[in-house]
Structures are given as structure tokens and as C-alpha cells.
Ligand binder design. Structure first.
Ligand SMILES: O=C(O)COP(=O)(O)O
Length: 235
């Protein structure tokens, strides 16, 4: 039997990156004289990577943004975010202990994030978490990204695991939909950046703190067959 694989989203699930995302985004849009965004705005902007986040910030301020104008702004964002990394970003409380519990129970861990690989991998490294994960895939690792099932299924394949033995943990609609599209059970965390109550996303389980993440919970979700009926739902 393959070891169960527990897959984590990054922004708003593993790591509280909001202060640094807001700071780098405001540094970026200041170049176009846009008013700064707030933490509350971020829940509507984050989720599909830096490029989409910048475009949504312009939309929020009622400003059009051409693809041509977006490119230098993306470079400005990347340079600022990388220079400050890890900034104030920290793992959520109880994460390290939860990862240790799962590892001790023989489970393996992976990351599936829409953040670009060039940001996600060094951030995980700077926080000393690299060795924990069998693989880290970003929004640019595959031709598709969450909520497309292909991102999650590609992550599972890279980890040498099987969809039947995988569970996804995330904070946003992209994570829960990706899991549903891939036919794997999902856990939604309440402490991330969703702009709707995570219960409305109908995950298989809701978690308010990492102290609730146990191997027993993972096994219970894997033994349920409620999500398997969704395995054929397209992305
Ligand atoms: O950076 C983003 O916009 C999304 O990243 P996430 O998939 O880790 O939430």
C-alpha cells in the first residue's frame, strides 16, 4: 500500500504570507500611482498567483491594465517579494507539530500552490521547511493550475503517490474545487484568505487550528467513499 500523501496549499494554509503579499503588491501598484490595498482587499485578490493579483488590484481601483503594462509590474513585484523574503511570513501555529505527527504515522507531505515556483520553493526553504515535502509544485509547474484537477493530480504523480491515498488541505475555493475535480477528499482551514466562509465551499472537513490535524483524521477521510463519486467531475 502507498503511504498516504497529505497535500498543503501554501498562502493562507501553511504560511501566513499576507503581510508580505500586501507590502509587495502596494510597492508594485505605487509605480502606477494606485492607492494601497488593505489586508481585507487581499482575500479578493490572492489565489491565482502574482500576475492575477496585480490585475485584480488594478480592477479594484477601476484601472485597465494591458498585458504589456502588466509584465514590468510583475517583475517589480517579484523583485520586491524575493528581496524581502521571508519577511514577516511564518508557518501557522501548530503546523510543525502537525507535520511531525503525520510523518511519525508514516504519511508523506507535499505542497500544491498557485504561487510561482520561483517564490514558493525559496520561501519554504528560508523557513526551514524544504525537507518536509516530497514535492512542491507551483502555479507554473504544469500547463494548468488549481482549481484544475491536473495541478493536484500532477503533484500526486510527482510525489509517487496515488489519488486514492491523497488528501488536500487548503483555505480557498481553488483548493477545495481542485480536490473535488481530482476526486480526493479536502480539508478547509478557517484561518486563511477565503472571501467566503469555507463551510460554503463544502469541503469534506473544516479545521480551525493545526492541532486538529491528526493521522486518524486523514485515515478517516481516506476511508470514506463520499468524494469518490465526484472523481469524474471535469476541471
Ligand atoms: O499566491 C497565490 O495567489 C496563491 O497561492 P496559494 O495557491 O498557495 O494559495
Amino acid at each position: 500500500m502507498t503511504a498516504p500523501l497529505v497535500i498543503f496549499d501554501l498562502d493562507g494554509t501553511l504560511i501566513d504570507t499576507a503581510p508580505d503579499l500586501v507590502a509587495s503588491l502596494n510597492h508594485t501598484i505605487a509605480a502606477a500611482d494606485l492607492e494601497p490595498v488593505t489586508y481585507a482587499d487581499l482575500t479578493h485578490l490572492v489565489g491565482q498567483g502574482a500576475r492575477v493579483m496585480i490585475r485584480r488590484a488594478f480592477e479594484l481601483r477601476g484601472q485597465p491594465l494591458s498585458d504589456e503594462a502588466a509584465e514590468p509590474l510583475l517583475q517589480r513585484f517579484l523583485a520586491h517579494y524575493k528581496a524581502e523574503m521571508p519577511g514577516a511570513s511564518r508557518p501557522y501555529p501548530g503546523l510543525i507539530e502537525a507535520m511531525e505527527r503525520l510523518e511519525e504515522a508514516g504519511m508523506r507531505l507535499a505542497v500544491c500552490t498557485n504561487k510561482l515556483e520561483e517564490l514558493a520553493i525559496p520561501l519554504i526553504g528560508k523557513l526551514g521547511l524544504s525537507d518536509r515535502f516530497v514535492t512542491v509544485t507551483g502555479g507554473d509547474t504544469f500547463p494548468v493550475r488549481k482549481p484544475d484537477a491536473g495541478h493536484l493530480l500532477g503533484t500526486i504523480e510527482k510525489a509517487g503517490a496515488r489519488p486514492e491515498a491523497a488528501v488536500m488541505i487548503g483555505d480557498s475555493i481553488n483548493d477545495i474545487l481542485a480536490a473535488r475535480n481530482a476526486g480526493i477528499p479536502s480539508i478547509a482551514v478557517t484561518f486563511g484568505y477565503s472571501d467566503v466562509p469555507v463551510e460554503d465551499l463544502q469541503p469534506d472537513h473544516v479545521m480551525t487550528h493545526f492541532s486538529e490535524l491528526t493521522d486518524e483524521l486523514v485515515r478517516r477521510l481516506l476511508s470514506r467513499d463520499t468524494h469518490t463519486s465526484m472523481r469524474s467531475v471535469p476541471a
